[in-house]
Design a protein around this ligand. Sequence first.
Ligand code: NAD
Ligand code: ADE
Length: 423
Amino acid sequence: MAMTMTKSDVRDLGLAERGKLRVEYAAQEMPVLALIRERFEREKPLSGMTVAACLHVTSETANLAITLKAGGADVYICASNPLSTQDDSAAHLVAHHQIPTFAIKGEDNDTYYQHINAVLDARPNITMDDGADTVSVIHKDRRDLVDNIVGGTEETTTGVIRLRSMEKEGVLLYPIVAVNDADTKHLFDNRYGTGQSTIDGMIRATNRLVAGKTFVVCGYGWCGRGVAMRAKGLGAHVVVTEIDPTKAIEAVLDGFQVMSIAEAARIGDFFCTLTGNKHVIRPEHFEVMKDGAIVANSGHFDIELDLNGLESISKARRHVRDFVDEYTLANGNNIYVLGEGRLVNLAAAEGHPSGVMDMSFANQALASEWMVKNGKSLERRVYAVPEELDKRVARLKLESMRIAIDKLTPEQEEYLNSWTIGT
Ligand code: NAD
Ligand code: ADE
């Protein structure tokens, strides 16, 4: 296909052929999104809409962008993290689909925000975020765009938390659908997707043996449960840290050892934070870690490890292999930090497998269609994905797996709807 001069900023358009193969390979595992794309091609539900998507620019996201374009949207895309872009997928979007893409793996903070602003220059009608950064820039610096916006969608837990706090303070200026909160998103993406890809990133970066080691998981929410489950599967002794007593009991009953981070810091070989919270691992914890400890984060922002604090107690730092920085402490111990403390599954591996992103991005596509239809009548609030859409994604996924489930008999339906029928 001919290369065009689509305005964009990607590393190298010469990577487009490799990106095409990668994106088509991912598509094979995304049957639900494919069905939506076929319908979008016929019905063009996003016709006339400009979508500003700030997502991890991966092969799966490329398939989503192609789907939105098939639905009639003008799609502009930038990265939702400076280290998560797949440069070949980005090049493919520009060269073969004429989708303006602004994302380069390893971009600095200034470039990251320039790219968000480049996408916002398109004056979007729909924003699509993973972490609420376009919403944040619009609300802080580009309020002139708000009148043009019908609504937005949000992919991740941290983004939804930010948006809910904006709603609570009464400062949210347009409606947003919390895609993260759909069952067919967080039950699978956050748990099984993060579970597998986080371990994948930690192993790819370090090539360390996990079996027989102590693996500390900080945060036992959806993502933490997935990582704990998979680390156990690889033969690690898994320790969980939490601040929520209920989640802590759940971890105990799931068979994990629960303790404070102060205690866990002394015994862990691997550490991974998945809390969405700040400075979960601090200098006093790094100071007591074993020589050679591996420390990573898979929560949305790079704030979970206090790396400035670690720097301040280190006498040397060197980059020892891709995505691995060695910090030598005053006591002589080395601590290895992965992916600069950015989400390790996207920095050091390829993010979640396509089979799980299929459901997340089916929700994104359906939520944007719903927003186009309903946005004008909505309030400036955070909305759930309508249950009907969530169940539709689940049904289509099951069908694609050729798995049949039962239907309620009329007798069962009557029983479930009745309070008078007893023994
Ligand atoms: P969640 O709310 O289900 O779980 C977070 C857990 O962390 C909660 O149980 C909370 O009690 C616990 N926690 C908070 N502060 C803590 C602390 N100081 N120490 C120990 N535990 C603490 O959220 P989630 O859906 O599991 O998401 C977690 C983070 O991962 C978010 O930032 C989210 O945006 C991100 N995320 C990343 C990916 C990825 O691809 N890496 C995918 C999905 C979500
Ligand atoms: N978030 C986690 N994994 C992802 C992927 N493969 N593509 C886009 N966003 C993601």
